[in-house]
Design a protein around this ligand. Structure first.
Ligand code: ADP
Length: 972
């Protein structure tokens, strides 16, 4: 360094401030700060450590520093002048690298009495020395003959040298990473000096001769030209990584030991199991022979049974142990092929049926009825998985319990759920039960604790996943997934159809993205990725302000927002976007280099739709963008097991299982089918949504809709409508009969003419499933009743007095709603008393019936009304008698009920039908019939719980459009 340091010492701390910052999320925090300026602000060094910039400095100052810190964090060296507490300061901000990454920003603020600014600049060397002294790294310069000049005091300490290090450092014993001797000439700094090449993170060990310990150093070196250009030198920075190295070594050692022990254990188990199997086969075989011997008396027969029981348990234990050890030693190979899941499930049910019978357990299934429900799996292992789960579901079930097997497709995987009504277990056990030999404490049934760990490993080996949910005393639900063969990946499925695009409704499949990013190389990368995607257009903005303007004025569907922008941080931009009417609905993906789980969680909690971490990976980027654009509230439609049954007691199949593959779609399209929709009434929201769902799905299937008729609730008109439709020879009619009796003959005529009939909600009398019609599709009315009951239960805190207002008519849909509500309250909310039940025939009498009921039960807390129109009457009744705290729940998301919920009025929530989705299901089922695929008699669309919290999303899902303005405004 130049002599100027010693001639004109400049102590920064006496003339200003030295600080170090590191970046946390979108802000900078102090890791060090000292200097007279800090005193001026009234803080001590300890006060600032760990604090944010804005916590310490006044906002105008922290704003400026923040802005420049961002630039320094991008690798720039910043110098600027500023005025603080009446004095002029000159500020320097510089990035500090460690292992090639910026870890801190060093800032110095020196008072610069203006006229002598030049003088101060002369002394920047001194400033750098101050900076160097605050570093934990050692920085040295090595000159031609190996002479070392240390730029701070750490070097000597780091190489453990007591005497003069200038040349003495050459005598130290160095070792390479593998522990071998490292000659002086091979040291990174020396090689840089000789060959002019830089080194990055080279690891060098320094041996302490006295105790034979090695200190590990990470060394960066680069060539340096000295001031007089006379000679080459090398600039070397060194950090002590001994602790890190030791930790790594300990980890590696521990891992190796554990693996070794595990291998030894597995080998041992494997050998032992083999050894045990041979004699056991003998014992087992001979016991079986004995069993056949007629001459045994009863007692001897019992003994033999005991031997057989014990033997079979031991044999299965040994087999499982063998499998487990094979998996652990990598010897278990699965051979993947296309397996028809339905057949395997049926086979397994047959095998465990006798076991279930012993406990009088009913096994039900709710499956996709398509024959080609094919998965990629090893058939033998798939059987093993299912048998294991089913046997557990029986073993840990109660007497007279139930088991439900439910399977559906989601994404590119087929999911299988096995639900039981058994003893269950608590959340803390969820992971443990998959650990070999683990058994839940207190488990009395016989077992080894190996089954589930095997199941998990097998599922994973076949490319799937397994998870569990359980409740103590209630039951358990195991769910595993298996991949689907490529060619069968569906192209139309009910689930996709129910995902209205967020804020992009009504547009064709073309999206405009806006990337707010100041870093050119990131922007360029994204530009290039987008180039390959004709359906996306990319706009860009290099700072927050410009981004906000573009978002407001261009029609943007999605914003990619860099969280560290030069003028403001990403969170601020996000808040401003959400505060503005024009931009509040645009989906926003955060793009940031802070990829710690906590950062991501924080960002998502703030309301970002998604998160992308830098560096950007092309595939992940495109997936996240398309996922976000297609984001929806499908999570509101869970994979509910459908609890309703059809008009003739038929078991329901969930609409969620419906789908058409590419091949199927192609087949349908080729035939250019024609369809008609015959409504009972077409001018209400429910009908309009149904028609929209059917029509849009038909469009995708290449099916032409030739007529939509409205019978105005008159059966005569409907008969006429259908006669007229039949003249046009359609292939499909989707219809809701006005009257099941009077319309029956015209539907029969249509069926006889070969028209595929799909019914909404009801079926004409005398028509047969499979022969005359394809399917009936309705909402899960029972499930909606359950939702209404849960909302009631939660609103009343589990206790109170509740009345029911039901429909006095033999109509299966409304009956199921009331049953669902009643059963749920009785079973799950024992402290809620059902105090009254009354009915109406005319829905406009809701108010009258409700007033009556409240008069008779003045201490009532809640009321369930079977649909929204009479519920509006009940709402008025509550108002009229001054019972403002009455909690009303109902079914169907009508405008008035929604408004009442938005107002926090007496209607607190409801179960909703999904008419648009019902239409989608009907169209897909028509497709099944055209393909001559088997169709279920009764399909139901899952129930949707609606409360004030999800009102807007629910409205979008139910009606496929945004909620009316008044509701939106009331919610604000
Ligand atoms: P095993 O049944 O032989 O004990 P598993 O690995 O199959 O072994 O199961 C591990 C443990 O998980 C069981 O001991 C039991 O405590 C618990 N468990 C597994 N399945 C169920 C279930 N369906 N219901 C309740 N508990 C279960």
């Amino acid at each position: 360094m130049s002599d100027s340091i010693s001639n004109t010492p400049l102590n920064v701390t006496e003339r200003g401030l030295v600080c170090r910052f590191t970046k946390r999320r979108s802000t900078f925090i102090f890791t060090y700060c000292d200097g007279i300026l800090l005193d001026n602000f009234g803080f001590s060094q300890e006060d600032v450590y760990g604090k944010k910039l804005e916590d310490i400095f006044p906002s105008e100052l922290s704003g400026i520093i923040n802005k420049y810190c961002y630039q320094a964090w991008e690798g720039q060296f910043i110098q600027y002048e500023t005025k603080l507490t009446g004095n002029d300061y000159i500020a320097f901000l510089a990035p500090l690298f460690n292992n090639g990454e910026i870890v801190e920003v060093i800032g110095t603020f020196i008072q610069s009495n203006k006229p002598s600014l030049e003088n101060e600049l002369v002394n920047t060397d001194s400033l750098y020395e101050d900076v160097l002294q605050t570093m934990s790294e050692a920085v040295i310069i090595i000159e031609k003959d190996g002479k070392v000049t240390a730029l701070n005091e750490n070097f000597q300490k780091m190489i453990g040298l007591i005497g003069d290090y200038t040349y003495g450092w050459k005598e130290v014993e160095y070792v390479a990473e593998d522990g071998s001797h490292l000659p002086y000439s091979e040291l990174p700094g020396v090689k840089t000096l000789e060959k002019g090449i830089s080194f990055h993170n080279s690891i060098v060990g320094v041996k302490d001769i006295e105790n034979n310990q090695i200190k590990w150093l990470s060394v960066n070196s680069k060539p340096l030209t000295m001031r007089d250009h006379s000679d080459r030198a090398s600039l070397v920075s060194i950090s002590d990584i001994t602790e890190r190295k030791e930790m790594e070594n300990t980890c590696i050692q521990a891992k190796e030991e554990a693996e070794k022990a595990n291998r030894a254990k597995s080998d041992f188990l494997s050998k032992m199991s083999h050894e045990l199997r041979t004699p056991l086969n003998g014992i087992f075989g001979f016991a079986q022979l004995l069993e056949l011997d007629d001459s045994l008396n009863d007692q001897q027969r019992d003994y033999v049974q005991e031997i057989l029981k014990g033997g079979s348990f031991l044999l299965s234990l040994i087999n499982e142990v063998l499998d487990l050890s094979r998996i652990e030693t990598g010897k278990l190979k699965v051979s993947i092929e296309e397996v028809p899941l339905l057949n395997v499930i049926d086979e397994c049910i047959n095998i465990v049926q006798p076991l279930a019978k012993k406990k009088n357990i009913r096994i039900q299934k709710q499956l996709d009825l398509q024959h080609h429900m094919v998965v990629l799996a090893d058939p033998v292992r798939l059987r093993q998985i299912l048998l294991n789960l089913l046997e557990n579901a029986i073993k840990y079930n109660r007497q007279n319990g139930n088991i439900m097997i439910n399977s559906y497709l989601e994404g590119d995987d087929q999911f299988v759920h096995i639900v039981d009504t058994g003893v269950g277990f608590s959340v803390v056990e969820y992971h443990k039960i998959f650990v070999p030999f683990y058994r839940v404490e207190g488990t009395e049934e016989e077992g080894t604790g190996i089954g589930l760990s095997l199941v998990k490993q097998l599922v994973q080996q076949m490319g799937g996943n397994i998870s569990v949910r359980s409740k103590k005393g209630k039951g358990s639900e195991f769910c595993f997934s298996l991949p689907l063969p490529k060619k069968l990946k569906p192209v139309i499925r009910w689930e996709d159809e129910v995902e209205p695009l967020k804020s992009v409704e009504g547009k064709s499949e073309h999206y405009t993205l806006l990337y707010i990013e100041d870093n050119d190389s990131n922007l360029n990368l994204v530009k290039n990725i987008i180039k390959s995607q004709p359906s996306y257009t990319l706009l860009s903005a290099s700072n927050g302000k410009e981004g906000l303007e573009k978002a407001a004025f261009e029609k943007v569907d999605l914003i990619l927002l860099d969280l560290s922008l030069p003028d403001m941080n990403g969170y601020e931009v996000f808040d401003m976007l959400k505060a503005k009417e024009q931009t509040k609905d645009i989906a926003v993906i955060a793009v940031s280099a802070n990829a710690m789980p906590l950062d991501i969680q924080h960002t998502l909690e703030k309301g970002f739709d998604n998160y992308l971490s830098k560096p950007i990976h092309v595939k992940e980027f495109l997936n996240t963008v398309s996922e976000t654009l297609n984001n929806s509230i499908t999570q509101n439609i869970p994979h509910h097991t459908i609890l309703s049954t059809g008009p003739y007691g038929e078991e329901a199949v969930s609409a969620k299982t419906l789908q058409l593959s590419l091949t199927e779609l192609k087949k349908i399209k080729e035939k250019k089918y024609r369809a008609a929709i015959a409504m009972h009434y077409a001018d209400n929201d429910w009908s309009k949504s149904q028609i929209a769902g059917v029509t849009s799905t038909f469009e995708k299937m290449g099916v032409e809709v030739i007529a939509v008729t409205d019978a105005q609730f008159k059966w005569e008109k409907q008969v006429e409508d259908i006669e007229t439709i039949l003249i046009q020879k359609p292939d499909i009619i989707v219809s809701i009969p006005v009257d099941p009796i009077f319309t029956a003959s015209v539907y029969k005529k249509a069926a006889n003419a070969g028209v595929k009939l799909v019914f909404m909600d009801n079926v004409p009398k005398g028509l047969e499933h499979g022969k005359d019609y394809v399917s009936i599709v309705s909402a899960d009315n029972f499930g909606n009743g359950i939702e209404a009951a849960h909302i009631m239960g939660q609103e009343l805190g589990g206790k109170g007095k509740v009345g029911i207002i039901n429909h006095n008519a033999d109509f299966f849909a409304t009956k199921q709603r009331t049953e669902g509500f009643e059963e749920t309250i009785k079973q799950q909310y024992p402290s809620i008393e059902l105090v009254a039940q009354e009915g109406f025939t005319d829905p406009s009498h809701g108010e009258k019936v409700a007033v009556d009921m409240i008069r008779k039960n003045p201490d009532m807390n809640g009321m369930f009304v079977v649909w929204d129109v009479p519920a509006e009457g009940a709402m008025k009744a509550a108002e009229a008698v001054g019972k403002s705290d009455l909690v009303i729940t109902t079914i169907d998301l009508g405008f008035n009920a929604a408004l009442e919920m938005a107002k926090d009025g007496s209607i607190q929530g409801l179960g909703a039908q999904l008419p648009y989705q019902q239409g989608v299901a009907e169209a897909i089922l028509a497709g099944y019939a055209l393909l001559r695929k088997q169709t279920p008699p009764y399909v139901a669309v899952p129930a949707l719980r609606v409360t004030k919290e999800n009102l807007l999303e629910a409205w979008r899902l139910v009606y496929n459009e945004d909620a009316p303005d008044l509701i939106q405004r009331t919610l604000k």
